[in-house]
Design a protein around this ligand. Structure first.
Ligand SMILES: C[S@@+](CC[C@H](N)C(=O)[O-])C[C@H]1O[C@@H](n2cnc3c(N)ncnc32)[C@H](O)[C@@H]1O
Length: 203
């Protein structure tokens, strides 16, 4: 969706009715944090939307920046952070041109932004995430899988297609399919949860 469409979608849709909003961070993120695989660090939530997971990370003592292209989404995210006393550096901007320094983050997460980009935009997303993630840092990427029954909307990735998309700067350490937590309306659809490490050797 172009930026204005995202913003219009948020304007027309209450948070409870957003199809991707479950009210909670997903287990795929919580598990990384809960079992200590990921220690509190400098983290970036790309396409943070209404801010659920950025706020979760901040409350878990991560130092969080979060970016989204839709001002309406960010307004909700800021409200949620304020309500819960979470400190998040929210930014309005694009994943394709991140306003952050090289190697600034030790963890980057994306739930639902990458798969909404056009095919021609994906290499730029990969390049930008690789730039801001320090070598040895962790990427958690969640996208629709091709097992999802969707005729339109975000791209649904085949396994190899997703692996190929991130190869080069990233070494995939885990790739699993899981049922998406939505807002309880539409049936749950299979997503990929990809965990990868930013390799040192790639420039
Ligand atoms: C499906 S929503 C997911 C929101 C949030 N990550 C979550 O899981 O609740 C995708 C989000 O990506 C944002 N987005 C889409 N394209 C973007 C881009 N190029 N840069 C930054 N954010 C973008 C949208 O505005 C939207 O908030």
């Amino acid at each position: 969706m172009p930026p204005w469409t995202w913003n219009a979608f948020y304007r027309a849709t209450s948070t409870q009715d957003l199809p991707w909003h479950s009210g909670s961070a997903e287990p795929e993120l919580m598990d990384l944090v809960r079992y200590g695989r990921l220690k509190p660090c400098r983290a970036l939530d790309v396409g943070c939307g209404q801010g659920t997971e950025a706020v979760f990370l901040a409350l878990a003592r991560f130092k969080v920046s979060a970016i989204d292209i839709a001002p309406r989404a960010l307004a909700r995210a800021k409200k949620l952070a304020k309500l819960l006393g979470a400190k998040v550096d929210f930014r309005l901007g694009s994943a394709l041109s991140l306003p952050f320094r090289a190697r600034e983050f030790a963890f980057v997460t994306d739930r639902g932004c990458f798969h909404s980009l056009g095919e021609e935009e994906r290499p730029q997303w990969v390049a930008e995430i690789a730039r801001v993630l320090r070598p040895g840092g962790t990427l958690l990427l969640r996208t629709f899988s091709d097992k999802a029954n969707r005729q339109a909307g975000p791209h649904c990735f085949a396994r190899k297609e997703l692996l190929d998309a991130v190869k080069g700067p990233f070494r995939v350490t885990s790739l699993k399919m899981y049922p998406a937590l939505g807002n309880g309306g539409p049936p749950m659809e299979p997503l990929w949860a990809l965990v990868a490490t930013r390799v040192t050797s790639f420039q």
